[in-house]
Design a protein around this ligand. Sequence first.
Ligand SMILES: [Mn+2]
Length: 353
Amino acid sequence: MQTTNVLELKKQYEQTHFELLKLLNEQASLKQQLKDLPESERSQSEKLLLAELKAQNEAGVLGESTMDAIFKAVMQAKTKEEEAASKRPMLVSRAYKNEDTVIDLKGEKVGTGKASFVFGPCSVESYDQVAAVAESLKDKGLKLLRGGAFKPRSSPYDFQGLGVEGLEILKRAADEYDLAVISEIVTPHDIEKALDFVDVIQIGARNAQNFELLKEAGRTNKPILLKRALSGTISEFIAAAEYIHSEGNGQIILCERGIRTYETATRNTLDISAVPILKQETHLPVMVDVTHSTGRKDIMLPCAKAALAVGADGVMAEVHPNPAVALSDAGQQMDIPAFDKFYSELAAFQAKI
Ligand SMILES: [Mn+2]
């Protein structure tokens, strides 16, 4: 090959790069102008386009899989506008909103840096049972009462909760003792019903990726306490909160409740590092449920202290006036004297940090 010929070929080769880029830009510009048209109406389907392209390229030198790869990359090319949209920070993220979200529950402000406490029985069983715990909360100057009316149990033959009757009991006790109620709702069609009874709707670990339930909760203006899924990663947890926020409700409390690991010494493994990560990544209050994460009364206090030490906005634990006869989680609920001791030691620790 003659030198001049090579120089000419090199020039032509280089020129194709510019032509290709120019064409790609033109294509993106046309796509932008057609953006209000549904994708199916902009051109033939990608499949037909590719088939036609391959037919035209029969005499070409590009290999078939290379053609496929180039075609795919070209079709996925984003305009500046599309690129910016895909990088938009999530509504729950610190990048989107830097200041902490504070949630006011009948005067108890969650997310200010001063920890809040949520206590109550696993399941609502009777008015007297709930009232005994409510009275104990009131004596301590506490404000947040939990109790399960709808119980998503691992077995369908286990106690499923009192349902609406349970919500009525919680509401009555909350009114009488001036408390705010947190209770779990398990199906989208019960959300509206719950609005009359509860101050906070809990979405439990088993439903943390029930996206229709999350969206329905997002369409209310009730604060939501969202638990981490049984085997949920932190990013899945944040995405679940985003499902709620994306529908308009930004009043979300995240609750770390332990994750499933190979460890059997505890019911779940309390992921204490999730607390500072969630505080860093999101602007939402973060609580720690020490009952379901540990499943052990003997280590609940040190774990609750650890939660406060790493910056949790609150601690949740189960209390039952007579745990031995509880219809669910009998082994891990504190009785009232144990609760008194637990709370006084935790409050003393809180005062020191
Ligand atoms: Mn429980």
